[in-house]
Design a protein around this ligand. Structure first.
Ligand code: LLP
Length: 425
């Protein structure tokens, strides 16, 4: 996503830094790419955990993209943005491994299809008097995350019901009056597209073999996980082969069932990663010198930190960084460590998953320059926090005609204190 420097400077003046800037055309482009590969009767959902902004959810609603929600509040947020509740059809799916807070009540009250990841959740549903349709999330035993902590298929993953236990769990569900109408797995977005394709075909095959055991089955979800190329956004692998692959999976599943089966996918990241940047201001540039403990570095100190974008600190994730010089002038390129304002040494955007600094060759910034962290739309604002009582940064929406609007304001101290009480219990 390319944004003119003048626009960035003027927005920085108006809303302050740091701020998030979404590009509606970029998000719409990604939506149409997904619509293209699902055109042969496959239903796409948006894994809204990646970016729950109402404006984004409204775009999905207009485009006929359904929702994968992970909490009661995500369900309610999706409904607030215009997505219907109910199961006819199940536009919102509630996928989790545990019911907490309002999860179970919302599923019951709004008639949401629950996609359960543990037998305990089936027991919770039955105990609450629910007698209806359920989806079961399985852990198929294979798959890939971009880092180990994002691995969603395999013995070390907490997600879903281990495939070999599915028969037993499904029998218990049916005995409790819960009809299994959907099977689901999310095998994660590994960095390699070919691997995702192989895994999706393998998953469809595994599900096809299970179909005879599920006479009420109406749908199969192959999950999310379409990777985004964070290092070279312009060299994104074309998704076109997925259209045929999804059509093939659908054919395999319908043939195995002997009736139409709704095949679903639920990307999060691919829809939104490229559609948002985090814009920070350089507050200072300082250096350390090489000594017996290690190599010296040049630090560009910016006003955004891992309270805004946590992916580099949490997974060592790479986000492309652009320096927007205040004076528009040329700068010599050199190795820079970009660090934030938090009282944590790990508050660094240029690092790897072994917690080591990885200085980035960047135009040498000076205080007052803007610094843009690209591809921040997925798991960006969504994972921002109130650590250090800073408050979340505002989100700005850029329309195709160049107009901009504030879609969430900067959080204030009052926002942070709003839930604090002093009540005897
Ligand atoms: N479906 C389910 C059930 C999921 O658990 C997820 C992601 C998705 C779909 C969407 O996966 P995607 O297409 O976005 O890769 N915070 C991490 C990612 C955690 C993914 C959690 N589940 C990150 O920033 O990379």
């Amino acid at each position: 996503m390319h944004i003119e420097s003048d626009l960035l400077r003027s927005l920085a003046e108006k809303v302050g830094t740091p701020f998030w800037l979404y590009s509606a055309p970029t998000i719409r482009e990604r939506i149409s790419e997904i619509r293209e590969v699902t055109a042969d009767g496959v239903q796409a959902r948006f894994a809204m955990k990646s970016c729950p902004a109402t404006r984004v959810l409204e775009e999905m609603q207009k485009a006929g993209i359904w929702i994968d929600a992970v909490s009661g509040n995500e369900v309610l947020r999706a409904m607030h943005a215009g997505h219907p509740g109910g199961q006819q059809p199940p536009v919102i799916l509630y996928t989790s491994d545990v019911f907490r807070d309002n999860g179970l009540p919302v599923v019951l009250e709004q008639g949401i299809l629950p996609n359960v990841g543990s037998a305990g959740m089936l027991a919770d549903l039955a105990a609450a008097g629910y007698r209806g349709d359920v989806s079961i999330r399985v852990n198929p035993g294979f798959g890939h995350g971009h880092v180990n902590s994002c691995d969603t298929g395999g013995p070390s993953s907490k997600h879903g019901i281990w495939l070999e236990q599915l028969g037993e769990v499904a029998a218990k569900a049916e005995a409790a009056g819960l009809r299994v109408v959907m099977l689901h797995a999310h095998i994660g977005s590994g960095p390699r597209f070919e691997e995702l394709c192989e895994n999706l075909e393998r998953l469809a095959g595994e599900f096809a073999a299970l179909l005879p055991q599920f006479p009420h089955l109406q749908g199969v979800s192959l999950g999310g996980g379409i990777p985004h190329n964070y290092r070279q956004a312009d060299a994104q692998i074309p998704l076109a082969p997925l259209r045929e692959l999804f059509a093939r999976c659908r054919e395999t599943l319908c043939r195995a069932a002997g009736r139409p089966i709704r095949v679903e996918i639920e990307p999060g990241r691919y829809f939104v990663a490229s559609g948002c940047v985090l814009v920070a201001r350089v507050a200072d540039v300082k250096t350390t010198s090489t000594n017996e403990k290690g190599q010296g570095a040049t630090f560009a100190m910016v006003d955004a930190g891992f309270v805004d974008l946590v992916r580099p600190a949490m997974y060592g994730s790479y986000h492309r960084i652009e320096v927007v010089a205040q004076d528009g002038g040329e700068r010599a390129v050199g190795p820079i460590v970009v660090a934030g304002p938090l009282c944590e040494s790990g508050d660094v955007f240029t690092r790897d998953d072994a917690e080591l600094l990885v200085p980035r060759d960047l135009p040498q910034p000076v205080a007052g320059d803007l610094l843009v962290l690209h591809d921040a739309g997925a798991y960006g604002y969504a994972m921002s926090s109130n650590y250090n009582s800073i408050g979340r940064a505002p989100q700005v929406w850029l329309e195709a005609d160049g107009s901009t609007s504030l879609i969430s304001r900067r959080e204030t101290l009052e926002d942070l204190l709003r839930a604090e009480v002093n009540e005897a219990i």
